[in-house]
Design a protein around this ligand. Structure first.
Ligand SMILES: Cc1cc2nc3c(=O)[nH]c(=O)nc-3n(C[C@H](O)[C@H](O)[C@H](O)COP(=O)(O)OP(=O)(O)OC[C@H]3O[C@@H](n4cnc5c(N)ncnc54)[C@H](O)[C@@H]3O)c2cc1C
Length: 419
């Protein structure tokens, strides 16, 4: 087993860390405090990240990107999230939708959309699924339930599709140049059988960003409504097969939860690094507080959890890259562990700052807000637990994950004694 990163992974990690520590972190402290959510959008940092090659890392080599695998992505994501987790989420959409454009569209669609995506350093994307009545159910989903999942519709009209509906909580909704939207193309069927994906360029008549949400944390990340009113897109903007949008959404979401987990890890790491530095400076009882065993062991506990989370995230990312059949629960576990660990880590570190942990011009309160907000998307943690439980139920004995080298048909001899 080799945990060493390749020289290319180390190169990207260094670039991301330098950017996160010297440019992103200082700017994020200021932008996070903007009163209007729209003013927190870091347009110049998006362009800077593009210059450094960080916006397009998932684009395959044949289209001019480095074609990073998921392990590379989570390594880079952790660094960026250490600088600011909301910004990391903004960028994660460019990674995911960029990859969707490169891998899941037709050659004609790629020719239309990829060159601009690659060339314009400010080009961001959005993926619109959630609606007022459709939330976790898009990730579970509830088989056969017509009311579950998105209710936005796309109706064929000549050689166009006409989209109507209202999406909620859409990352980059007000700044994206291209929106991937999931809409019902068969309203008489459940969303898993009657939904399709469409590419909708910003500025298309009938597509309008609505309210920008005023969130607790991840404030650099723009989160808006998207309103579709008789929004016409050419038939050629349908992604993949008609009515197979759910399947496409699931396939193109591979890696999302590992990225989410890496963002939580980044927040925990910034909290740890700050608390360690403060524990070395702050003197009580005639010595730096790190000299008091309870402080040092508290920090050690946080570090242990950071290591555990990173190991699980790397394992899940490796599985997505090499063993996709078994990767889904590992990604769920990584996201569940890391997002909940992030809240624990930040809370432990907050205590090391004493009263200063509560001050708005000190950094910990932002990290508490960010860690709490990470626990919410992309599907609620309860929904992720349900998915993991379903995987175990569906796979009989022995379940294919419990042995690290995969299932082999052997079971421990066990006949319940008569009772
Ligand atoms: C920062 C941020 C960015 C986002 N970006 C996007 C985006 O880019 N695109 C997009 O489409 N959406 C986005 N979302 C929305 C996100 O996908 C939804 O918030 C998520 O799917 C959960 O839906 P909901 O908020 O409606 O919660 P609900 O589905 O209403 O769930 C409420 C609570 O009930 C729990 N729950 C739900 N079902 C069950 C069940 N069967 N058993 C037990 N508990 C259950 C949930 O875990 C949660 O705790 C974003 C949200 C946030 C906060």
């Amino acid at each position: 087993m080799d945990f060493a990163l390749t020289s290319e992974q180390q190169r990207l990690q260094r670039i991301a860390r330098q950017f996160a520590y010297t440019e992103l972190w200082p700017a994020a402290q200021r932008l996070d405090k903007a009163a209007a959510p729209r003013d927190a959008f870091p347009a110049s940092l998006v362009r800077r990240a593009s210059e450094l090659g960080l916006r397009t890392i998932t684009i395959p080599g044949e289209y001019g990107g480095p074609g990073a695998g998921l392990l590379t992505e989570v390594v880079v994501m952790e660094e960026i999230a250490t600088g600011d987790c909301g910004f990391a989420m903004t960028l994660a959409h460019a990674w995911r939708e960029g990859s969707l454009l490169a891998r899941w569209t037709t050659p004609e669609q790629r020719e239309r959309f990829l060159p601009e995506f690659l060339a314009d350093p400010g080009y961001l994307t959005a993926l619109a699924s959630t609606e007022t009545h459709a939330g976790s159910d898009h990730g579970l989903p509830y088989a056969g339930d017509l009311t579950a999942g998105p209710q936005t519709t796309a109706v064929a009209d000549g050689d166009c599709w006409v989209i109507n509906g209202r999406k909620r909580f859409i990352t980059n909704g007000n700044v994206a140049r291209l929106v991937v939207v999931w809409a019902r193309t068969e309203t008489g069927r459940p969303w898993t059988e009657g939904t399709s994906g469409f590419l909708v360029p910003a500025g298309t008549p009938g597509l309008q960003p609505g309210r920008t949400e005023d969130k607790l944390g991840l404030r650099l990340n723009q989160n808006t409504e998207l309103v579709f009113t008789d929004c016409r897109v050419p038939g050629a903007n349908l992604i993949g097969e008609l009515n197979r949008g759910y399947q496409l959404s699931e396939a193109s979401m591979a890696g999302s939860k590992a990225r989410e987990a890496a963002r939580a890890l980044g927040v925990a790491r910034s909290a740890y690094e700050l608390a360690l530095a403060w524990a070395r400076q702050r003197v009580q009882g005639g010595q730096a507080i790190i000299g008091h065993d309870l402080i040092a062991t508290r920090l050690a506990g946080v570090l242990q959890e950071i290591e555990l989370a990173r190991t699980l995230i790397w394992r899940a990312a490796w599985a997505v890259d090499h063993d996709p059949e078994r990767s889904r629960p590992l990604e769920d576990f990584a996201m569940l562990y890391a997002s909940e660990m992030g809240v624990r880590a930040v809370t432990q570190c907050l205590r090391i700052f004493g009263a200063r942990g509560s001050l708005r011009d000190w950094p910990m309160e932002k990290l508490v807000r960010d860690a709490a907000t990470i626990m919410l998307p992309p599907i609620g943690n309860e929904a992720a637990w349900i998915r993991a439980a379903r995987f175990i139920r569906q796979h009989g004995e022995p379940d294919p994950l419990v042995r690290s080298d995969g299932p082999d048909g052997l079971t421990l001899p066990f006949t319940p004694p008569a009772d």
